[in-house]
Design a protein around this ligand. Structure first.
Ligand SMILES: [Zn+2]
Length: 333
């Protein structure tokens, strides 16, 4: 789908740390907006500050949600904004055999089971923290008589997963209690995001996951899966998610504005500010190279606000520009 020669880059970082492999993994459901830019900036600067690699992965495992051409557009945007990634871009839709093999490994170990429950049958079940239905365990010890498997679920182990998040602090999640046995192979034949992401992180040797806090509630499930697959658990840092004034995460649905290269300096400045880095106001009229230089020299993950979400209205520019606010958002433009 994406020619590696076209989009692969080599870093010229003088300081090389083989113990740090970071990544940015957008879903190609549309072009990058301010929220996804902030996540990219945070994971990129932290990887470079540690002398590590920064890999790119297109998370298009959810085929029905993938938009044709969006992956290429995201790469063009990242390039125009001056990001330099390491190695070839990995595309999930080309890795289905790896997900199948991981599911088979879990099946051989007795850690997954077929599930016949329809969405309607689970409508009465409680909600997990991320809004998905908590699985009541109906098919855990075998399919009900006369029923056929629709999906495959992971046997969530009992007990709490505890980890330290470099931004959000100590975290604990009881996956079995809060989420229940979760789906790895969906009824529509698609592999679930939770499976694909851990298989990819393991295959790419990712040691540090820096991403938006909307995925904080997926972390317990991902640690459970990594442990079941015998893979190392990476370090985590969850950055605040950008919201509009109504507290809605920026997305295509909330009409977040697409990033345009002409506003790259201003957008980067605002992303740094959003991430608590306090860039000097004068940098807003400097070149892309100069704002990146400042960012590389001054980035400190310790300054990122310990918040799950932050409204971009809180970080309005000190002086508005003639071209309007590059942050976009339906209520701002
Ligand atoms: Zn079931």
């Amino acid at each position: 789908m994406i020619a590696p020669s076209q989009f692969s880059r080599q870093t010229s970082a003088a300081r090389r740390n083989d113990c740090y492999v970071g990544r940015f993994a957008p879903s190609p459901t549309g072009p990058l907006h301010f929220g996804s830019l902030a996540a990219a900036v945070g994971s990129y600067l932290e990887a470079r500050a540690q002398g590590g690699q920064w890999l790119l992965r297109m998370e298009d495992v959810d085929a029905p949600r993938t938009v044709a051409g969006a992956a290429e557009e995201i790469l063009r945007q990242l390039e125009a904004f001056g990001f330099e990634w390491d190695g070839a871009v990995v595309t999930q839709s080309e890795r289905l055999d790896s997900y199948r093999a991981a599911l088979e490994k879990l099946r051989a170990a007795g850690l997954v089971f077929p599930c016949a429950c329809s969405r309607k049958e689970m409508a009465d079940s409680g909600l997990a923290r991320d809004g998905s239905r908590r699985y009541p365990g109906t098919c855990r010890s075998g399919l009900p008589p006369g029923r056929e498997a629709r999906a495959w679920r992971f046997h969530a182990p009992a007990g709490e997963f505890i980890w330290h998040d470099a931004v959000q602090g100590e975290q604990a999640e009881d996956v079995a209690r809060d989420v229940g046995d979760f789906v790895l192979l969906r009824a529509d034949g698609q592999f679930a995001y939770q499976l694909a992401v851990v298989v990819d992180d393991a295959a790419q040797g990712v040691t540090h996951v820096v991403r938006g806090a909307d995925l904080l509630d997926s972390t317990g499930r991902q640690i459970a899966l990594l442990q079941a697959l015998g893979e190392p658990v990476p370090h985590y840092a969850h950055l605040p998610v950008a919201t509009n004034a109504q507290g809605e995460k920026l997305s295509k649905q909330t009409l977040a504005k697409t990033l345009v290269p002409a506003e790259s300096v201003s957008c980067l400045w605002h992303a740094l500010h959003f991430l608590g880095q306090e860039p000097p106001a004068a940098l807003q009229v400097e070149t892309l190279a100069e704002i990146w230089q400042w960012a590389h020299e001054n980035w400190a993950i310790a300054r990122v606000p310990r918040q799950r979400a932050r409204a971009i209205l809180d970080i309005q520019p000190r002086h508005s520009r003639e071209s309007g606010n590059p942050l976009g958002g339906a209520d701002i433009t």
